[in-house]
Design a binder for this molecule. Structure first.
Ligand SMILES: *Cc1c(COP(=O)(O)O)cnc(C)c1O
Length: 458
């Protein structure tokens, strides 16, 4: 069938009502939440685009698998099923389940890092960076120049700058235990990495004898972009492309809350026997026995099934298209966004949209709050509130002021997305009325989760 309309590749057999609120109610709820959407009750949100992590809808097959699960403490059948699916996809020898992605990061980095070491990556995700820095090591971002410019268009904005990686390996090689690449590059806006770039990273890793690990949270979305954009890849299946991506690496960390299509879970996988043995010891200390790693047998079943569903073409076509569709509607309405749209989210450039609100009066907060008040939609500021607080307690404007609208997997339909686009355009139309905010709570690390704000008048 060769129609232009791309449909949701599922039908719905179980629904959850969304709750409508009045503008007056939303004003009250947001004031109670200190004008911080993280502090809202989710029930008071109509369409929740805070994150795509753990918020997806599971399939009937996943829910069915839950009932089939084996909850044995050791050697559970569900573990072996999970292990076999992960091994078939990644090819890695050791498969270590964890309760989510950051647990895999913490176990990997605590096992292999010594103070003063350096970990190169395209862009470290915030938990990845935090788990490296807590070991007194440096997380070094080496994404290509285009990856740092919101308006720059490039098919693979997540690519690693190979010259910069080579310099880092040459100058600091003795302090580098491994190289990481994040696919897709979340901190850079969900931008993909090409196979060609991964092969280039692999060649440098071979030359300098370093293992390569993928932060694989959105490996399937990355594989889809490769299929669409990389010469010679169009006729391959997303799974075959994903398998090649993993074959270029020696291990990975994974959050199953993203492309695992599950509500919780993750894993660490690798080929190195000695590292795996040490990681297994730490796993028992903090997560659980190696055949469950902090998860229920039914979580392992849900992830195993999810990893099979996530590489299906109809799913990925719909997934990436629905994100792009929102991006196109906003752009057509003159709303500045990061280009091109990434896999899992649209990032609105709040600094460009509300230039009259200075960075340290938080244009991203002004925009995110207006979206909630206007339409009951929850997005998240990624800007000076999230990144502006310095170690010495001072404040510095972040490089960008963004509002991220992350799309949960298989949760919202096209009419929901149309509603979101209409609401954003309406807020954009009223942008001159938007006012900044100031923070009224004491500074603390990761303040964006807990800070309370006051609206500035004038
Ligand atoms: C979400 C995410 C993580 C951390 O995973 P959690 O399951 O949230 O702990 C790590 N890296 C990337 C790229 C992510 O998107």
């Amino acid at each position: 069938m060769n129609f232009r309309t791309i449909i949701e590749p599922f039908r719905i057999k179980s629904v959850e009502a969304v709750k409508y609120t009045t503008r007056e109610e939303r004003e009250g709820r947001l004031a109670e939440a200190g004008y911080n959407v993280f502090l809202l009750h989710a029930e008071d949100v109509l369409i929740d685009l805070l994150t795509d992590s753990g918020t997806g809808a599971m399939s009937a097959a996943q829910w069915g698998a839950l009932m089939q699960a084996d909850e044995s403490y050791a050697g559970s059948r569900s573990y072996y099923r999970f292990r076999d699916v992960v091994r078939d996809l990644t090819g890695f020898r050791h498969i270590i389940p964890t309760h989510q992605g950051r647990a895999a990061e913490r176990i990997l980095f605590h096992t292999i890092l010594k103070p003063g070491m350096v970990v190169p990556n395209n862009n470290h995700f915030d938990t990845t960076r935090a788990n490296i820095e807590v070991e007194e090591c440096e997380a070094r971002d080496l994404v290509i120049a285009e990856g740092r410019v919101p308006s720059a268009v490039h098919p693979f904005k997540g690519n690693v700058d190979l010259d910069a990686l080579e310099r880092t390996l040459r100058d600091d090689g003795d302090r580098i235990p491994l190289v990481m690449v994040t696919v897709t590059n979340n901190s850079g806006g969900g931008q993909p990495v090409s196979l060609e770039n991964l092969r280039g990273v692999r060649a440098l890793c071979d030359q300098y004898r370093k293992p390569l690990f993928l932060d694989a949270c959105r490996f399937a979305e990355n594989a889809w972009f490769i299929k669409q954009r990389e010469p010679g890849q169009a006729s391959r299946t997303p799974k075959a492309i994903a398998q090649e991506m993993f074959s270029l690496a020696d291990g990975c960390t994974m959050s199953a809350k993203k492309d695992g299509m599950a509500n919780i879970g993750g894993f660490l996988a690798m080929n190195d026997d000695a590292w795996a043995e040490e990681a297994g010891t730490l796993l028992i200390l903090t997560e659980g026995f190696p055949t469950y790693g902090g998860l229920a047998g039914y979580d392992l079943e849900a992830i195993a099934r999810g990893l099979e569903e996530v590489v299906e073409e109809p799913y990925l076509r719909y997934r990436i298209r629905s994100t792009e569709y929102l991006g196109e509607k906003l752009q057509a309405g003159g709303v500045p966004i990061i280009q091109p749209p990434g896999g899992h989210a649209i990032y609105i450039d709040a600094r460009a949209l509300v230039p009259h609100v200075p960075p340290l009066e938080y244009p991203g907060i002004a925009l995110a709050n207006a979206l909630y008040l206007e339409a009951g939609i929850r997005g998240v500021e990624i800007g000076s509130v999230m990144f502006g607080l310095q170690r010495d307690g001072s404040e510095k404007a972040s490089a960008m002021e963004l509002v991220r609208l992350a799309i949960p997997r298989r949760v919202y339909t096209q009419s929901h997305i149309d509603y979101v686009a209409e609401a954003v355009l309406e807020v954009a139309r009223q942008r001159e009325a938007l006012r900044g905010y100031r923070i009224v709570t004491p500074p603390r690390p990761l303040r964006h989760f807990t800070a309370r704000f006051e609206r500035l008048e004038g």
